[in-house]
Design a protein around this ligand. Sequence first.
Ligand code: ZN
Length: 210
Amino acid sequence: MIFISTMQLTRTLDRGEFYCPTCESIQGYRQRSKRTFLTLYFIPVIPISAPEPFIQCDNCKSPWDLSVLHIDQRTHEQVRENQFRNEAIRSCVLMTLEDEEISEAEIQSLLRISRVILENPISREELGRLSSVAMHSGIETQNYVMTVSKRWNMQQRFLALQAMFLAASSCEEEVSDAKIRQLGRLKDLLELTETEFETVIEDSLMFAGV
Ligand SMILES: [Zn+2]
């Protein structure tokens, strides 16, 4: 009886250094290629697939498409920065909706926050879409911030806190208990010291009239 099977072989074609988006730093990589072979008595004899090249980080072992070699650190940071600005405005929308309503003054305030604090102006339509998503999701501000803020650097944490504080205090009436509770948890969630937390809140007051 002839014993025929298939086997996947991976070999290293090249080595070099690249910016690994997972490690967020320059790491060594191996350019590798995966190919399926037909085996005869467990010996690969005929390739039955085209070689599939990929890049593997030496440090975290993440596999990447070859195009990762064209991403430089700056491009990557730009992508991260945009992601942060989107996450920060979402956090503000959630904070505003903690009392389950949104007034015209709050809408104006969120638009201002996106423009002045986050420097990423959003349209009223976009804000409407974000609010409706946030309303339906029922996610608490602190739970959302807990998941996304792990990726934020210190500067971004300060900025997001400032934006959320302004969002919470933008209604004409007294700030609701729900919002105060959420704000109080942000210090620990964002891993800030008492002093850092207070400084950011004090700084926010300068923007309150913006
Ligand atoms: Zn890596």
